[in-house]
Design a protein around this ligand. Structure first.
Ligand code: FAD
Length: 288
């Protein structure tokens, strides 16, 4: 099924994001996590796309297994990092041959040893170029893209960032998923600004439950998301008590999701980090 055809049909869409594990043990854990989360009947799940060749093969393999053997609709992420047009086209051919209908088209983050994103020879510099290419080649994928309620870290000018999003959508995105954020006013204001500049596609909020303070500080420093001061203070207060951090994280994310859905968000995309307990606890509270 094309994800865009599932949005707004039968209540909010719920989706879970996973990454391809590097080890066999990690892979066993991933499938155990998926098993725990499938009872929550997600609308779809997605699998990220890394920088190395073997992890990229894993993305195709895992989405295919999730869709065909586990029976959950699955979306493959795809980036422009370190690949030329032919390599990207060959991944798309493999995804199509595997019966995958949904792709999240991204520029990608620079690999760890590079400060800035570098376009390869005959490669793409922006997600919009990837989207244009996929459409020009006639691939029938339902295409998603990324967006940034607090602005993308590399773009100081929020209006320019929004105009770049509009270009990418106009080239053929069917929906977008936001970067993680912790303050819903950022999402609401962003959706209003996006609508005002002519972005009409569904904007699905991306939520990452906080389970570990040091980890979330690392993520937010990389992606530029802001932890509101009152939430930060509560977390700081219990910094070394993992259970207390987890409980505050679940409580905050649950309240965030309830409020987003009440304000008309089309669903929630959970960044699970391949762990089920927090996402499961939040979904059970939302569905209960
Ligand atoms: C839901 C989600 C899933 C993700 N999954 C992955 C994943 O699987 N693998 C991975 O590596 N990363 C992933 N990322 C991270 C993402 O790759 C990074 O945030 C990356 O830095 C930007 O990707 P993009 O597709 O948004 O790029 P773009 O839309 O190309 O934007 C990148 C930057 O370029 C600017 N820009 C765009 N067009 C132009 C232009 N024409 N001229 C000048 N500036 C321009 C934008 O304003 C922005 O600052 C994900 C992010 C999200 C939100």
């Amino acid at each position: 099924m094309r994800i865009v055809d599932l949005i707004g049909v039968d209540g909010p869409v719920f989706s879970f994001e996973f990454f391809p594990p590097k080890t066999e043990q990690g892979e066993r854990n991933l499938y155990r996590t998926i098993d725990h989360l499938r009872e929550l009947r997600p609308t779809f799940v997605s699998v990220t796309y890394g920088a190395g060749g073997s992890t990229r093969d894993k993305t195709v393999e895992i989405v295919s297994r999730i869709k065909h053997s586990i029976g959950i609709e699955a979306m493959a992420h795809l980036t422009c990092v370190g690949a030329d047009q032919d390599e990207i086209e060959s991944v798309m051919q493999r995804l199509q041959a595997a019966g995958i209908e949904n792709v999240l088209a991204l520029r990608g983050d620079p690999p760890r040893d590079q400060k800035e994103f570098v376009r390869t020879e005959r490669g793409f510099g922006y997600a919009s170029e990837l989207v244009r290419f996929i459409r020009a080649r006639g691939f029938p994928f339902c295409l998603g893209g990324a967006c940034y309620p607090e602005g993308h870290v590399e773009c100081a000018d929020r209006e320019a960032d929004l105009a770049n999003l509009k270009t990418k959508v106009d080239f053929g995105l069917d929906f977008v998923i936001t970067q993680l954020f912790f303050d819903n006013t950022d999402y609401v204001a962003f959706v209003a600004r996006a609508r005002a500049c002519g972005v009409r596609v569904p904007i699905i909020p991306g939520i990452m439950p906080i389970t570990n303070l040091a980890q979330i500080e690392r993520f937010t420093s990389m992606c530029g998301a802001r932890i509101p001061p009152d939430l930060k203070a509560r977390l700081e207060h219990v910094r070394d008590d993992e259970e207390a951090v987890r409980s505050i994280g679940i409580e905050h994310a649950t309240a965030q999701c309830r409020d987003l859905l009440a304000r008309g968000a089309p669903g929630i995309h959970f960044y699970t980090l391949n762990q089920s307990p927090a996402t499961r606890a939040i979904c059970e509270r939302l569905q209960g």
